[in-house]
Design a protein around this ligand. Sequence first.
Ligand code: AP5
Length: 231
Amino acid sequence: MALEQRPVGKLDRAVIFLGPPGSGKGTQAIVLAGKYGAPHLSTGDMLREHVAKGTPLGLKAKPIMEHGELVPDSLVLKMVAERIERPDCSHGFVFDGFPRTVTQAKYLGELLRQHGLKPPMVIHMVIGNALLLRRLTGRRTCKVGGEIYNIYDRPPKVEGICDNDGGALFQRPDDREEVISQRLQAYDKQTAPLVNYYRRLGLLHEIDASKSVQEVEQGIDQVVAGLRGAR
Ligand code: AP5
């Protein structure tokens, strides 16, 4: 969770972060959502919460996530539809890790129309595979607020402890090398087709995600500021 700050304005649509595992979707989605006071909707976080609580959905999702595969559309779509029914989503929100298949994207398009929201703004995080392994194996996440660190490039001040809230940092079980390669394959096969899908709809905005966290953030700010208020 980003530190408390005054929103710079309201989002008027959904923002979608699209990119491979480790491209920085979560890092940037949290910051953007914080700036606009909008909900940050990470389907990965929602699923991990179900797994931790041992819900029926969590029990189904756990082995699939451990193998680095995608959870079936039918399960994810119901979870997302329920979440965006909540009043905090009435203006706009930031998706991190959703949609991930063309079926999910089509369903979302319909859901947004039903809610009277504008077409989404899609931020495509462009990055080569070479950087991803270091980012994923080095990632550590705060158990309390979800802040994301990297032991190589973005370490906390005190090892294993979150700078913001003192929460313990943990390593995700799917950040082991053998699972990472499976996740990258799932991305190439099932999620990468969304790049062309959204490009054809004229909704795609490309960002060079290999740059520093601050440079990527600036690029995203420009795209979002340029589009707010537009149709
Ligand atoms: P999910 O949790 O969505 O994981 P992911 O897409 O694999 O993405 P990551 O969270 O690994 O990476 P990220 O791009 O957010 O990078 P981050 O900002 O953390 O999904 C997990 C699983 O859940 C899936 O495999 C699937 O099973 C299931 N699932 C989720 N959604 C689903 C859906 N819609 N349908 C079906 N199944 C679904 O950054 C990574 C690291 O890099 C961090 O250490 C960070 O500090 C560092 N970093 C970030 N930006 C930079 C930068 N610019 N420079 C240097 N380091 C950086």
